[in-house]
Write a protein that binds this ligand. Structure first.
Ligand code: HEM
Length: 519
């Protein structure tokens, strides 16, 4: 016999438990939507409906590679500040940069650690106080005077790259996808500067160990984990943590890089222990020589994290800027011709040697070429990403509305550099001439966000600029470029906040060197 009471209990435990849970989840969702949309302190800021109620909106757009275009379109519709997650405001007016990226601003949970290894590097440190202490130790090696000492290392790799291009493509007339070759030279320059040895991209003429591809493949997950940072932080407290943290044993691009880094660091320490005169001026040696206020060397794990950061932050980004410059010139033939006339005139005058010119000579004698580089990093910043900070006490006034302390706030260089008020109605066009007006150029430089802003600005900026002024210049002087018409067209993609080109098919032929005029 079945007891009616027992039947009721079993019905409750199964169906009702599911119903109760379902109702709870539904009510939580409705509560979250209503609260974030109508009662949250940021509800006074305009923005996309789904963005204002869930982080999944931005995560979805990041994953679909539509984030930049979508957010840009919303700033055009709603004005200089929009809400793109329940707790994150995006500002598109560059004159607000000093207020957002001030010296006491902390980085948010967006900079979740793990994707680049367990130990935090300078880039991931969130507290402005901790960051200031570490940056003091690390900034010396990146100083302009130290970068000047590395100029020869950069030149050696650029020369090796041109030699390889001569043999492989200029002599044969074979078309090739320049997007890869721009990154090959960038990686070998950075690894030469970072560890005193090129990885070997140029020599092998291929993506060694699938490193570049592996890095690009990891970007969507990297962007996703950052955008869903409260969830990521929680996952890191569970057993799943081990899947989030990159390790040298991993069979990924980051794993390959970590192993390469560890080998070179071990080798350097061995040489030092054997009393060899290392004679290196690379970043690794300057990190090894760095001392804290009480005379201690950097912890080994921290040193490793900083060296890895050099590769991760410095190679792909610089390669992308080189790609964008070539793309912009190939699609703006008048600009290209004007730039070449300037370069050839300087060569004829004898102020540019046929070998790779010194950085200062380029700045002094090639204002239009320099303007082309600057315009490229304005219009095509290699990291068209969000860089969120917490608003500190007592909050911030934004165009008549108030955001309390603790709000996440960000700019995006791609969007800020398209601001009409600062750059004019042609802000979305490639027009290097805008940089030739000294007064305006001063203002543009003040609000340039390509390398970040304020106390967390890119430490490798001088290295990147030196490389970008030298490598492309010698490439343009050496070759006539033609777009290969029988191949797919060039495409710019943004994955997880990092941009790069694909399918930049070109052919190159050698230009006779322009000799100085003898009078
Ligand atoms: C065109 C090339 C480059 C671009 C566009 C770029 C961009 C950036 C940006 C936007 C940041 C700041 C991110 C933030 O606020 O969270 C940054 C930080 C950093 N970059 Fe670069 N970077 C480039 C090249 C390099 C190179 C060549 C190196 C090293 C050799 C480097 C090393 C660093 C380091 C160490 C930081 C962290 C600075 C800190 O937090 O104090 N970058 N970079």
């Amino acid at each position: 016999m079945v007891l009616p009471g027992k039947d009721a209990v079993s019905m409750f435990t199964v169906t009702n438990a599911i119903l109760t849970l379902g109702t709870y989840v539904a009510l939580r969702l409705v509560y979250q939507i209503v609260y974030y949309r109508f009662f949250h302190p940021l509800s006074v800021f305009p923005g996309p409906f789904w963005g204002s109620v869930t982080r999944l909106w931005i995560a979805w757009h990041s994953l679909r590679e539509t984030e930049v275009a979508t957010v840009h379109a919303f700033t055009k519709r709603y004005g200089p500040v929009i809400r793109i997650t329940p707790t994150l405001l995006l500002v598109s007016d560059p004159t607000k940069l000093p207020e957002i990226y001030h010296r006491h601003a902390d980085k948010t949970g967006h900079y979740i650690t793990g994707s680049f290894g367990e130990t935090e590097s300078l880039f991931n440190i969130r507290s402005h106080k901790t960051h200031a202490a570490f940056r003091k130790l690390i900034a010396g090696p990146y100083s302009f005077s130290n970068v000047k000492r590395m100029e020869l290392l950069i030149d050696t790799q650029i020369e090796a790259w041109l030699k390889k291009l001569d043999e492989t493509f200029a002599c044969t007339g074979i078309s090739f996808d320049f997007s890869w070759w721009a990154v090959y030279v960038a990686y070998d320059v950075i690894s030469e500067i970072g560890f005193g040895a090129p990885i070997g991209f140029i020599e092998q003429g291929k993506d060694v160990g699938g490193l570049i591809q592996g890095f690009h493949d990891g970007l969507p997950a990297f962007g996703l984990l950052a955008r869903l940072h409260p969830l990521t932080s929680w996952v890191k407290t569970t057993f799943l943590k081990k899947y989030l943290i990159a390790k040298p044993e991993d069979n990924t691009g980051i794993g390959v890089l970590m192993r390469f880094r560890d080998r070179l660091i071990d080798q350097r320490f061995r040489e030092i222990a054997e009393g060899k005169d290392v004679g290196q001026v690379d970043l690794l040696q300057t990190f090894i020589d760095a001392r804290t206020d009480n005379g201690k060397p950097l912890e080994n794990e921290y040193l490793k994290a900083e060296v890895l950061l050099v590769l991760l932050a410095g190679a792909d980004t610089t390669g992308t800027a080189f790609q964008s410059l070539v793309h912009n010139l190939l699609t703006h033939r008048d600009t290209y011709e004007r730039m070449m006339e300037e370069i050839d005139a300087a060569s004829r005058k004898g102020v540019l040697p046929n070998t790779i010119p010194q950085y200062e000579a380029i700045l002094e004698h090639l204002p239009y070429y320099v303007a082309c580089v600057r315009e490229t990093i304005r219009l095509n910043p290699p990291a068209p990403n969000i860089f969120p900070r917490y608003v500190s006490e007592p909050g911030i006034e934004l165009f008549g509305k108030f955001a309390p302390a603790g709000t996440e706030i960000t700019g995006n260089p791609w969007i800020m550099h398209r601001d009409w008020a600062l750059f004019g109605a042609d802000a979305e066009e490639f027009r290097p001439e805008r940089w030739l007006d000294a007064e305006k150029a001063k203002l543009y430089n003040k609000y340039l966000f390509t390398f970040g802003y304020g106390t967390r600005v890119c430490l490798g900026k001088d290295i990147a600029m030196e490389e970008l002024l030298k490598g492309p210049l010698q490439f343009f002087r050496r070759y006539t470029l033609c777009v290969a018409t029988d191949k797919p067209s060039a495409q710019f993609v943004v994955k997880g906040g990092i941009g790069f080109w694909r399918d930049m098919w070109i052919t190159i032929s050698t230009r006779p060197p322009v000799q100085p005029l003898v009078i």
